[in-house]
Design a protein around this ligand. Sequence first.
Ligand code: CUA
Length: 303
Amino acid sequence: MAPEVDSLFNFVNAVSAILLVGVVAAMLWFVYRYRRQDPAERPAPVKESKLLEISWIVIPTILVLLVFNWGFKSFIKQKTVPPDAYDIRVQARQWSWVFEYPNGVTSDTMYVPEGEPVKTTMSSSNVIHSFFVPAFRVKQDVLPNRYTSVWFEATKKGTYDLFCTEYCGRDHSEMDAAVKVVSRERFDRWLKESATPKDIPLPELGEKLYGQQGCQGCHSLDGSDMVGPTWKNLYGKTGHEMSDGSTVTADENYLRTSILNAGDKVVQGYQNVMPSYANLSEKEVAGLVAFIKQQSDNELPQE
Ligand code: CUA
């Protein structure tokens, strides 16, 4: 899409530049040529010129129609998804992106095969975000409760920036991701390797999900404060203060509830912004809980 968008953009720019120079030059010339030299002098009435009037109606009309036709053709092309496009699910949330592939693999980096049309099916778990990859010249709002999509065909291998370009709250400016364009072979290999094997130890599964599900966007492992509480020494914490004034002990059940239904218990000093992860399987939740436990030196007090 990029060459098409750019050529139209450059055309509009060039025409504007030519007109600007023409108008300013004519203006300066008239200022000089028709300056009043003799205070008693009165300029003769200006006579109408049919040729001039017709040309300043016809020429701009042609230019505008040309730009419209050109832009409309590109627009139709951008909106018509090729039937064989590869479909990637895009989930936006405050404040991260998750990409899901047909075989169930999820990732916080968007991998796409080079030279093949890719279609995104996008939705948001909370507010309006916007999917923007400047290098591909695609931009589309991502809405809650509705799918939107874009398609593109990446023609050059490399890593490109993906931004959220709709103000969506505190960490909007940090809501970015990478788009990695790789060869078909590498793409297939990556897809296969990323598929979660069934019998991986729980903490390892949790660690994988920590990256894939975008947890790391809000929860640190080193104790630093981000959008959400750190996971360091979270497990086993007693007298953990909630925003409603209650305190809890951070045991397994607390962690489980917080993953599935974060809004139930919001930690004092934090915003209720975490989406529900009820789409995770029991095993995946168990994996995350096990991983969070691993980040803690606390022993749960015996009752
Ligand atoms: Cu999401 Cu801005």
